[in-house]
Write a protein that binds this ligand. Structure first.
Ligand SMILES: C[S@@+](CC[C@H](N)C(=O)[O-])C[C@H]1O[C@@H](n2cnc3c(N)ncnc32)[C@H](O)[C@@H]1O
Length: 268
């Protein structure tokens, strides 16, 4: 599978979710587009995994106050990077793979009118949804840019915080995602990620299952390999917090343990 094939499969998957979202709001049974093997899953997380469920249940209820169902119903993440990021007024924030924009709008509330939030997503239908949601919510300190997280349409040394929610596992070139993240962060800037990672690696056969890749399963890599990539480009203070105690997908043969983690780091 080439990187281009993976991008096409992932874009088509999330394009369909964005197009269908008007008629199927509240995607709790299919966020990340759980397919037959992950039915009832969220980015591979079992829907009954307690408070760390999926969709808008990832967030404290009070955080979502004032956001329309068009935003909360198109929540496809596997964690709450906004809270992990501990944002301050006036900060510039970048969200990798912003989808319908939920984390961008939550971040916009925290950084206020002096701050600014950029969401980048490669799926035109998601950017259109996010812009429609921006018009509905009235946030003026948020913008959405069409682009790939492996080649960010963002200037060097320009953001204080990078967040991402269940996206980097979908990239076929994670090393470039971290290299680009490091480039656009200001010195002293920080990273707050929620993502699916594994202990061990998928077999090549399982890796080749593109529907499972698009559903946030087989694109996930070993957590040590993930943090090694971050360290290689210069990130420091890399911390991984195991978020869920249960395995998120019942392991099949050749499948490693897979779970959602919170990962934080800093650019020196
Ligand atoms: C699982 S959804 C998460 C969306 C959002 N972060 C949330 O929590 O609702 C993944 C999103 O990442 C985008 N995406 C996946 N791979 C990408 C890439 N390589 N570059 C840019 N966007 C990407 C998809 O288009 C989709 O909108």
């Amino acid at each position: 599978m080439t990187d281009q094939t993976i991008h096409e499969v992932v874009r088509s998957h999330y394009g369909a979710i964005a197009r269908n979202s008007d008629s199927e709001l509240t995607l709790t049974a299919s966020c990340c587009g759980g397919t037959s093997a992950t039915a009832g899953a969220c980015c591979g997380i079992s829907a009954d995994s307690g408070t760390d469920g999926c969709g808008s249940s990832l967030y404290k209820v009070e955080m979502l106050e004032g956001l329309p169902i068009d935003v909360t119903g198109l929540s496809l993440g596997c964690g709450d990077p906004v809270t992990i990021a501990t944002l301050h007024e006036g900060e510039r924030v970048l969200d990798l793979g912003s989808g319908g924009g939920i984390d961008c709008f939550l971040a916009a509330k925290r950084v206020g009118i002096l701050g600014h939030v950029i969401g980048v997503d490669m799926t035109p239908e998601m950017i259109a949804k996010a812009n429609a949601n921006k018009a509905k919510t009235g946030f003026r300190n948020v913008e959405f840019r069409l682009g790939q997280i492996e080649a960010l349409p963002v200037s060097a040394d320009s953001v204080d915080v990078i967040m991402s929610n269940c996206v980097i596992n979908l990239s076929p070139d994670k090393q470039s995602v971290f290299k680009e993240s490091f480039r656009v962060l200001k010195s002293g800037g920080r990273v707050a990620i929620s993502d699916i990672v594994t202990e061990g690696e998928f077999s090549p056969d399982l890796r080749a299952q593109t529907d499972q890749w698009a559903a946030c399963v087989t694109g996930a890599i070993d957590v040590q390999a993930y943090t090694d990539m971050m360290a290689r480009v210069g990130f420091v203070d890399i911390t991984v917090v195991d978020k869920v105690t249960a395995d998120v997908v019942t392991p099949q043969q050749g499948m490693p343990r897979i779970y959602s983690a919170r990962i934080t780091a800093r650019k020196p």
